[in-house]
Write a protein that binds this ligand. Structure first.
Ligand SMILES: Cc1cc2nc3c(=O)[nH]c(=O)nc-3n(C[C@H](O)[C@H](O)[C@H](O)COP(=O)(O)OP(=O)(O)OC[C@H]3O[C@@H](n4cnc5c(N)ncnc54)[C@H](O)[C@@H]3O)c2cc1C
Ligand SMILES: O=C(O)Cc1ccc(O)c(O)c1
Length: 497
């Protein structure tokens, strides 16, 4: 099939709906349910982009006479990486960077894990009956399956937030965290829950090990990696409160189109076929899976490109507000817009550095440099909160005094047109702009974005610690030691009268 159209995506979703629950009700058809239909159609629009004649070359690549999404290309050169990066940015622009988990992110995960599938071979030896299991082949085949069908994936890594002081096995019930219950001829039975899966209106869910499994054991029933359809028997997604509340696009420009949803994932004795398992029981292998296959770097590369698009959207919105209310001559206003420019240029520079420093990894995959990507994924979550704050500081009351489309069309329409016009635009255009700023920074959609940016790639506290652990600080220490040992002093010429 490969590089599908939006209609194909919608048909597939309608025919195989994930088992979603919203507000206590089963979602029978996510393509028509009020909380998910607009998002489903936005995703369809994203799939359609890759089939537009002018974008086809940029968003897909050709292999064996088929076209596949660019985010699944296994990069062998820096040129390949640059092509992938451009596709990430073009696709991010579609949602102004507000769709965190468009399929590109998981595609990067599956691409890197598939190309580094040998890593998972080491696991087979520790599984009973392992002569029958070839986890590396499973991972490789899964990549091909995702690519050949242009699947949309969601994923869930973390355990329910019941008690972070305890290991999974010490919880009130051993199957609060997702664990293996038993092995059967056809596969394993898993029970328990995972805390968070963004974009549950997906074809499949990837269960990968979080980078930190705290179990104090070499082997654990909680160490696992697998993928199954989102409508597998026994699997349910409990969605959070929807932020698409059925308003006009003009009123909720982001929430009405890009509420990707987040779901709590419940496994009620779900069968995972052996051929869908990539990793089992091995704690060390689980902890290192993301790093050792470099999947984390390819995902971070998608992320840095996405955040460039998002920061550009903040810059464009901020400057549009300044233009609309004529505040551009004030020095502090200029300085606030400059803060966004600085963030944007830092992210762009880190993206360029990631490609410039890319190297082939042991699996022959051209892998963007860790240093700049680690910097980006630690920098942006800490800085992001300033972006919505800057919109609030620049827009002030304009971001709350925003009569709706219905108000504009109601009895007070003429007054609204007069009193809420912009210095450079009609009231209609001004209100559209401020509604966008509100959805980016203040609405429930915007609030969720602020939380998302803090945590979506892991806990920022532990990410900083991880950076501290992996970063080679020794050369810098040695330079200081060498400097401290230098005893020579520049000889100043004596000036004689
Ligand atoms: C909007 C949103 C969408 C997300 N989407 C996904 C998704 O699609 N898939 C997915 O797998 N995950 C997703 N995540 C989850 C994300 O990976 C986690 O939020 C992140 O890893 C932090 O884990 P946690 O939320 O369980 O926080 P917790 O681990 O419960 O942390 C809560 C607090 O306790 C502190 N804390 C806990 N344990 C420690 C410790 N050992 N050391 C120091 N401090 C500690 C933390 O610093 C934090 O302050 C999403 C999160 C959000 C908010
Ligand atoms: O490994 C972890 O726990 C951190 C992590 C990595 C990738 C993700 O997508 C994510 O949500 C969280």
């Amino acid at each position: 099939m490969a590089a599908i159209t939006g209609q194909q995506f919608l048909d597939r979703l309608r025919q195989n709906p994930p088992t979603l629950y919203i507000e206590g009700q089963r979602v029978e058809d996510p393509t028509t349910h009020p909380a998910t239909r607009n998002m489903a159609h936005s995703l369809a629009g994203l799939y359609d982009l890759q089939n537009q004649p002018e974008l086809r070359e940029k968003l897909t690549y050709e292999e064996n006479g088929q076209r596949y999404p660019m985010s699944l290309l296994v990069p062998r050169s820096k040129e390949d990486l640059a092509r992938i990066g451009e596709a990430h940015r073009l696709r991010a622009d579609y949602s102004l960077g507000f769709l965190g988990r468009a399929p590109d992110y998981m595609n990067a995960n599956v691409m890197a894990a598939g190309a580094g599938a040998e890593y998972f071979n080491r696991c087979s030896a520790s599984v009973p009956g392992s002569e029958k299991r070839d986890f590396a082949a499973n991972m490789r085949r899964y990549y091909e399956f995702v690519r050949d069908n242009d699947l949309c994936l969601t994923h869930a890594l973390t355990n329910p937030q019941v008690n972070r002081a305890k290991q999974a096995s010490e919880m009130p019930d051993p199957y609060i965290a997702l664990g293996v219950v038993e092995e059967r001829e056809e596969g394993i039975i898993v029970r328990g829950a995972r805390m968070m899966a963004t974009l549950p209106i997906a074809d499949e869910i990837l269960i990968f090990p979080s980078t930190v499994l705290k179990e104090n054991a070499d082997k654990s029933r909680y160490a696992m990696g697998f993928a199954i359809p989102t409508n597998a028997p026994g699997l349910s997604f409990q969605c959070r409160e929807p932020f698409d509340v059925g308003r006009d696009v003009e009123d909720h420009p982001l929430g009405s189109r890009f509420d990707e949803q987040d779901a709590f994932v419940i496994f009620d004795d779900v069968l995972v076929p052996w051929e869908r398992i990539f990793l089992l029981y091995d704690v060390e292998l689980a902890n290192k899976a993301y790093a050792a296959t470099d999947a984390v770097l390819h995902m971070a590369y998608q992320v840095v490109n996405l955040k460039i698009a998002k920061t550009e959207a903040f810059l464009g919105t901020a400057q549009s507000i300044v233009n609309a209310i004529g505040s551009g001559q004030f020095q502090h206003v200029q300085s606030k817009v400059s803060e966004i420019i600085i963030m944007l240029e830092i992210m762009k520079a880190l993206e360029v550095a990631a490609v410039a420093g890319a190297e082939l990894n042991p699996y022959g995959v051209m892998t963007p440099a860790r240093g700049p990507l680690d910097a980006a994924r630690n920098y942006y979550p800490g800085m992001y909160a300033r972006l919505p704050e800057l919109l609030q500081l620049l827009g002030a009351s304009g971001i709350i005094m925003m009569p709706s489309k219905a108000d504009r069309e109601g009895p007070l329409g003429p007054q609204i047109s007069k009193y809420l016009q912009a210095g450079n635009a009609s009231a209609e255009d001004r209100l559209k702009l401020f509604r966008l700023a509100w959805d980016m920074s203040m609405s429930s959609f915007g609030g969720r974005q602020s939380l998302y940016e803090k945590f979506f790639f892991g806990d920022p506290v532990r990410m900083h610690s991880a950076l501290y652990e992996v970063y080679d600080k020794q050369p810098a220490v040695e330079r200081i030691q060498a400097f401290l040992k230098r005893s020579e002093k520049p000889q100043a010429e004596e000036v004689t009268a």
